[in-house]
Write a protein that binds this ligand. Structure first.
Ligand code: ZN
Ligand code: ZN
Ligand code: FE
Length: 790
């Protein structure tokens, strides 16, 4: 019973709730709370969130507002609750109801895909439930979202569930505000929803019935148990799965997929299974079990009994938990992990449709586990690491995208714009209504099919967010596909185009990630990565920038060395070792003094004369200050991934993995020099190479060389940062760029900086690598527009 007018303290309130409150079961929660408290009124969605008009005793109303925040449904994020008194009387004789959405303002946006909730998991495993073993079970608190949406509004008709008409039982749930499936757009059951089946590699459906198995999933699990490789169609794409305890199966998968050393992600039934193979902190366990259900990189336990080449040369393993009922049912019988790597051929993006998967994966998978719900958008697994109290995202996709990031203070009025990102690990970013909306990870645009999906995703996001850009933002690199695409778009539609320097974008992304306001004093950014286009037309990648959102000044960098052979030097680390040794020591001196070293003999077997000629003529030898190439050079020097990388970042990742705590405590830091080049402070590795060669001569193992290098470089970088911070009276240091994903380096660097009294800020919502670049471009573009610059 609603309180009646005339009672003491009776009043009406207009309550607006902002944040992620649409499509997550917020209105039914409001409805339930109002009924609980005996309030009358209504709740509805509109263009800006949820609006509630409610009447009752004032203390009950206060209680109601409090509970809106404490009892919000699991996928909701309440950012703000605004209230004002309503002077109109309550509508007569109604109680509390959910009103249809305001037709004048279309509901925009879509929420991330969420892992199966506890209630749905229980139903799937309950033999008496009508959804027993049903792989597409979901509810308002869980299930697919971004991966199934084609258009707005987010209604079933605009998703890949449109072709499945709900049966009466599902429809009753869908219409009942008291039901967990009220307005759950992908609601389905075995009677009316999508189904799974098994096929062999030639596309023939497999009759599991003959094997006395319960269903296709049971049969699929049996096949994995027998060592087969399965192509599994999941939520956001295909995976290739096999038994991680079966060395022969893992080796076969590597061979067929031509994935030589890149680590495989793993999936395990529950945290207990994972804890047998990896160290697992409470924070890491929470991350694994979060609705986003990302792949979490975990430190491997010594002597873990798994196939040896799951993650060659790495100390960590990437684990995730089953995040849909399909995965839950597949994993149920395994007390050991399964490999769950993306279902693609070497460098291509993950397959999403049955037909393409049959073609692309038939030479890799023995069996296909398919289903008939289309994947509207490819959404890869997210990859994160738990660092201290926080989270370090390495790939932001399923479960995180497209959750908006509130723009820093001062940029609330920014016009709608789109930032197109970089080239590798790409994302794009929309700015609208004071928020930045990052796409999911879309991969390397050099790959034609990834570029096609990138364009498709831009189209979808533009529609879903009703986005009409007033300006475009691109990287300054003229050769990036995203840059050329942006330039064509801008000229076709006569829109202003802003070009942003790569490392400025990295630092701005880190500033926005940490919520620094537009008027925040300038910070010192350390942007270390592979390669980015420099303001002088060179290739940068080891930069000290004094920056705010509007501009930057290059104060320092790593010494430049020729990238001999251009892109080949990115793939062949020995070229970087040669370039640095040649400039720092001299090739003839190296031959004269160190000819007994395995390193020198190995370099001597390369076409040195040809390289010398290229250097002499300045052919294909652009100078670069890239930090990534420094790690490659040192890795090559100790024999790690020397000749050729089998995946991006391999040399640096394996060099880092060599470092152990004992060596860090015992080894001396390598010395580095400092130079002044023009107005910049430059770090010189010449003293480091002398010490490294001496270590190699003394027969120091690679692990100790790696430890001395990490110690020395982080100390040198912190030293230069300290000097620059003092000179420019700056107290905040921001770390960004792919190299900062090196945990050992970042931890050491952070330690040195903090003990010098500097505040250190790192990424925690977007990746430090180029996956976060579009956020930086977006805030720089927004800042320029807000301050009246182009
Ligand atoms: Zn659920
Ligand atoms: Zn049904
Ligand atoms: Fe970069």
């Amino acid at each position: 019973m609603a309180d009646r007018g005339g009672e003491a303290g009776f009043e009406g309130r207009h309550i607006r709730v902002r944040g992620l409150v649409q499509g997550v079961g917020f209105r039914p929660t409001v409805w339930r709370l109002a009924r609980d408290l005996g309030l009358s009124g209504e709740v509805r969605n509109d263009g800006a969130g949820v609006v509630i008009r409610v009447w009752g005793g004032s203390s009950k109303l206060d209680h109601f507002v409090l509970r809106l925040q404490t009892e919000a449904p699991p996928l909701a994020r309440v950012e703000r609750v605004e209230q004002r008194v309503l002077h109109s009387p309550p509508p007569s004789g109604t109680g509390f109801c959910i009103t249809a959405s305001d037709s004048t303002s279309v509901q925009t946006g879509v929420v991330p895909d969420a892992a199966t909730c506890a209630a749905c998991s229980a139903e799937v495993l309950d033999p008496s439930n009508r959804r027993f073993r049903y792989p597409f079970t979901n509810c308002t608190h869980c299930g697919p979202r971004l991966s199934i949406v084609y258009a707005i509004p987010y209604d079933r008709a605009n998703t890949s569930m449109a072709r499945f008409a709900m049966c009466p039982a599902c429809l009753a749930e869908y219409r009942d505000p008291a039901d967990r499936r009220f307005h759950a757009q992908p609601n389905a059951c075995p009677v009316c929803g999508p189904r799974v089946w098994l096929e062999d590699a030639r596309g023939r459906q497999q009759e599991w019935g003959a094997w006395s198995k319960v269903d296709a999933l049971d049969a699929a699990a049996e096949l994995i148990d027998r060592g087969r490789i399965l192509a599994v169609k999941g939520i956001g794409g295909f995976h290739l799965a096999c038994d991680a305890g079966n060395a022969e199966a893992v080796e076969r998968l590597r061979r067929r997929k031509q994935r030589i050393r890149k680590p495989f992600a793993l999936m395990a039934r529950d945290p207990h299974v994972i804890a047998r193979y990896c160290k697992l902190s409470p924070a890491e366990e929470r991350l694994l079990q979060a609705p986003a259900a990302p792949v979490v990189l975990l430190e491997r336990r010594d002597g873990a009994q798994l196939a040896p080449d799951l993650a060659p040369g790495q100390r960590s393993l990437g684990f995730m938990l089953p995040y849909s009922p399909l995965h839950l049912l597949l994993l149920q019988r395994f007390d050991r992990p399964l490999v769950f790597t993306s279902g693609n051929r070497s460098d291509e993006p993950q397959c999403t449709d049955n037909e393409r998967a049959r073609r692309a994966l038939s030479s890799i998978a023995d069996v296909f586990l398919l289903h008939d719900r289309e994947i509207a958008n490819r959404v890869d697994d997210s990859v994160v690491r738990s660092v201290g109290a926080g989270l370090q995202p390495l790939r932001r996709a399923r479960g995180y995208a497209p959750e908006p990031i509130t723009l820093p203070a001062g940029l609330e009025q920014a016009p709608e714009l789109i930032a197109l990102g970089g080239e590798l690990k790409n994302t794009f970013c929309l700015v609208k209504d004071g928020r930045a909306i990052l796409s999911q990870h879309l991969g390397d645009l050099e790959e034609a099919s990834a570029f096609a999906e990138y364009r498709k995703a831009i189209g979808l996001f533009s529609a879903v967010y009703q986005h009409r850009p007033k300006a475009l933002v691109v990287d300054a690199h003229p050769g990036y596909r995203s840059t050329r695409f942006g330039r064509e778009w801008a000229s076709r539609e006569s829109l202003p185009l802003a070009e942003v320097q790569h490392h400025h974008a990295h630092i701005a992304a880190c500033m926005a990630d940490n919520g620094l306001s537009l008027d925040h004093p300038r910070v010192l950014g350390i942007a270390f990565d592979g390669l980015g286009y420099g303001a002088d037309g060179g290739l940068w990648g080891g930069e000290f920038l004094l920056a705010d959102y509007l501009g930057y000044e290059r104060l320092g960098h790593l010494r430049s060395f020729p990238l001999i052979g251009g892109v080949r030097a990115v793939l062949e680390p020995w070229r970087n070792a040669f370039a640095q040794l040649r400039d720092c020591v001299g090739w003839s001196r190296l031959l004269a003094v160190h000819d007994e070293l395995e390193l020198v003999r190995s370099l001597g077997s390369k076409p040195i004369a040809l390289l010398e000629k290229m250097l002499e003529q300045g052919m294909h030898c652009p100078p670069t200050s890239s930090a990534g190439r420094w790690f490659d050079a040192v890795a090559a020097a100790v024999g790690v991934a020397r000749d050729r990388l089998s995946y991006e970042g391999e040399a640096a990742m394996e060099l880092e993995a060599l470092v152990c705590e004992k060596d860090l405590a015992e080894c001396a830091a390598y010395p580095f020099g400092r130079l002044r080049v023009d107005a910049c402070l430059v770090i010189d590795p010449a003293p480091m190479w002398a010490a490294l060669l001496a270590d190699l001569t003394r027969g120091q193992p690679p692990a100790r060389v790696a430890a001395s290098f990490h110690l020395g470089l982080s100390r040198a970088v912190a030293g230069v940062a300290g000097t620059l911070a003092r000179e420019r009276a700056v107290s905040s240091i921001l770390l960004s760029g792919g190299v900062l994903q090196n945990l050992v380096f970042t931890r050491l660097l952070r330690g040195f900086l903090e003990s010098a009294g500097l505040q250190v800020l790192v990424h925690h919502r977007v990746p430090a690598n180029d996956g976060g670049l579009s956020l930086g471009q977006a805030v720089i573009g927004a800042a320029r527009r807000c301050s009246g610059e182009a």
